[in-house]
Design a protein around this ligand. Sequence first.
Ligand code: ATP
Ligand code: MG
Length: 555
Amino acid sequence: MSQESTSPTNFIRNIIDQDLASGKHSSVVTRFPPEPNGYLHIGHAKSICLNFGIGQDYQGQTNLRFDDTNPAKEDIDFVNSIKSDVEWLGFEWNGDIRYSSNYFQQIFDYAVELIKNGKAFVCELDAEQMREYRGTLKEPGVNSPWRDRSIEDNLDLFERMRKGEFKEGSHSLRLKIDMASPNINLRDPIIYRIRFIEHHQTGNEWCIYPMYDFTHCISDAIEGITHSLCTLEFEDHRPVYDWVIDNISIEVHPQQIEFSRLNLEYTVMSKRKLATLVEDKLVEGWDDPRMPTIAGMRRRGYTPASLVEFCKRIGVTKQENMIEMSALESCIREDLNTSAPRAMVVLNPIKVIIENYPEYQVEQLTAPNHPSDETMGTRQVPFTREVFIDAADFKEEANKKFKRLVLDKEVRLRNGYVIKALRCDKDSDGNVTTVYCSYDDETLGKNPSDGRKVKGVIHWVSASEGVPATVRLYDRLFTVPNPAAEEYFNEKLNPESLISVTTAIVEPSLVTAKAEMAYQFEREGYFCADSKESSPDALVFNRTVGLRDTWENNA
Ligand code: ATP
Ligand code: MG
């Protein structure tokens, strides 16, 4: 039952292989355990691909479990967005969705068991005293004065905490481990606190909630998780994980294994920081196409295949790392280069009038949807006497390197005829507004008959048949590679992370473009219709990524 797919191996898969070979386990059960306190980001995609990838490759199971122990920050909207992100990435969880809150009664019962065994106590230190007693990295902590209460008193007080007899913060349940441990997490950690907050799953059933360190290991054990994969910041919590499982009457002991988080340049990768951007309205929302959230990237035009491929390429290790944005961008570019149909869109139009072409004639030209994949078919592109080209594609004079339209020279209109520029009009600022041209009616789909060489090809859109659109050009959200290291990360937002181009003209076939369906706008990049704001009457396209990596040169 070893892995069958092409997934690259890693130290975690090596551990699993050994566990299967030694007979420690006969099958593999993993879980993805998001806290529903924000949208998932690309870092979570790494964890999803790791957990679900292992589940698939070892013919095991992967549970989706909401780690919902902090009702103050959680929300059913987040639950729903997380579910749809996991599905969109193409993964299927085992059985029903699970919630840590499903296990609140069992977790409570294990807490009672620990009290009965003299391994947990009700403490009445307040938050500030708790800090003082805890000690520091250099100084051991001091035992709570409440540590030696009788088991009867502890049972009674814990029951009364549950009944809501005490105020928030006045009582907590703590493990009795070791106040002198060099690992602060082992200094009698709190496992229950009082919160009079309604929970999105359990309503008002509980006014005490278990802490993460107590909940997570028990939930894993209840579900029979064999390998509990988490990020490195939990390494110091592993002794608590193991202590709890060893001290309660549960048979299974899942193995916690830590790996390094994904960090990506020019963005932030923490739900708390992303939440600030949303709350301070520095972005449009969690699914703003500039956000590194799965929902944002999806709206921007990233495909599930490109994100899965990215996670495969970055691999899984224990090394802290910072991945270049170009690694992500090349994954989507490679995917879309083969899958995205081509279309013509002029972002910054100037008019071309073809003087020898009949007025009012609309000629339907046939254009291939993909230059190297005939199976993607063709489409009709209307050609007319007046067309738009991009302002950057015309110069009155230029050297030979400029393979576009120049006065007295020829260029081919993509999928159409060869035209020659005769003269131009300019506005009072000297900007070209109109180029007057002639066309050679013998050049549709073939070279000029007299052997003239026409090297340049430019894109264009019919002036009368084209449709106006807003095109959003996205760039890095931040101006610095590691914004998280800044004192005020949100002061490093890139003011040019969104440029909204309102002058664009698109070919008519794009009016029916489906949201999230990717196109290559020839010579401009990869784009998709915005899933929230685009409609046939008011088209809005998002740039997913440019055709090549231009940022390195600009930086
Ligand atoms: P954040 O710090 O962004 O709030 P989190 O770790 O608190 O993230 P959870 O919802 O608790 O978010 O995470 C669910 C799972 O995803 C955990 O197992 C966590 O370790 C993993 N995870 C979170 N961020 C990353 C990341 N950047 N790279 C890899 N895995 C991650
Ligand atoms: Mg968390």
